[in-house]
Design a protein around this ligand. Sequence first.
Ligand code: PPE
Length: 307
Amino acid sequence: MPIQAVDKIWMDGSLVDWNEAKVHVLTHALHYGSGVFEGVRAYKTSAGPAVFRLVDHIDRLFNSAKIYLIDIPYSRDQLVEATKDVVRVNALDSCYIRPIVYLGYGEMGLNPLPCSVSVAIAAWPWGTYLGEEGLEKGVSVKISSFQRHDPNSVPPASKATGMYINSSLAKVEALKAGYDEAILLSPQGYVSECTGENVFVVRGGKIVTPPASSGALEGITKDSVMTIARDQGYEAIEANVLRSDLYLADEIFLTGTAAEVVPISSVDDRIVGSGKPGPITRAIQAAYFGAVRGELDQYKDWLDYVN
Ligand code: PPE
């Protein structure tokens, strides 16, 4: 999906023109994937734009950096305020926001410790990640022949830029084979997650999602959906999921900031349930959109108003 340019990007402490937000070709992160990032969304509400679970995203950014011993040269509060500034100054009422911390220009080689640390926060209007039709009718997925990282190879708990080359391999394999998205298994053979989304399986009214030990990211949408599901009276738990659980599920859906809540209609050509989004998926999807748009009072603490 093409990026739609806006006016300003926050870069290392100041707002710069969109076209000036550049880095040198010898930037460390470009060569070694030495960066960590977040994906955040702001939604239009009746009280103006609100960023969804902003503090949780900034906290995860700091945790991602900690794993790689990257010292972010700003405080959490500064990055929270900078994120809101970016939405405000670009007059965006709903958008995707991409904070990124990356090792900069000046050092080369595999020891990252001497490198400078840069931070940027960009935002742009970004529609439905897996398509309007996918959101409505569901997407087809394929179990990837590529595995999610072993935690002792690349820790999946850190949203590191370099980690995503694994997701890209899986995504391209799925697209070339005619599917919309891939699901990766852990090295132990359990279901982990999609290329950029967590996965939920519904069977017999019970909702299950793989734990972090399967290599799944601790998704903020996943956490929101667990809360919503329990508030609706469902049992929602983290547990190991087998490939065959996907084949036999009543409903499956994926969750992510970019993707939001999207039904899965088939896995490896096995139709999920009736092939149409099921009632639990629908109910959770509706509540999620209600929450992000500030329409549900019980979830108002998740919103950070920009104005
Ligand atoms: N797993 C992975 C690997 C992942 O990248 C994401 C977010 C999630 C799960 C869901 O996490 P959360 O957004 O906190 O619910 N993926 C981000 C990047 C997607 C991209 O294309 O880049 C996102 O959704 O913003």
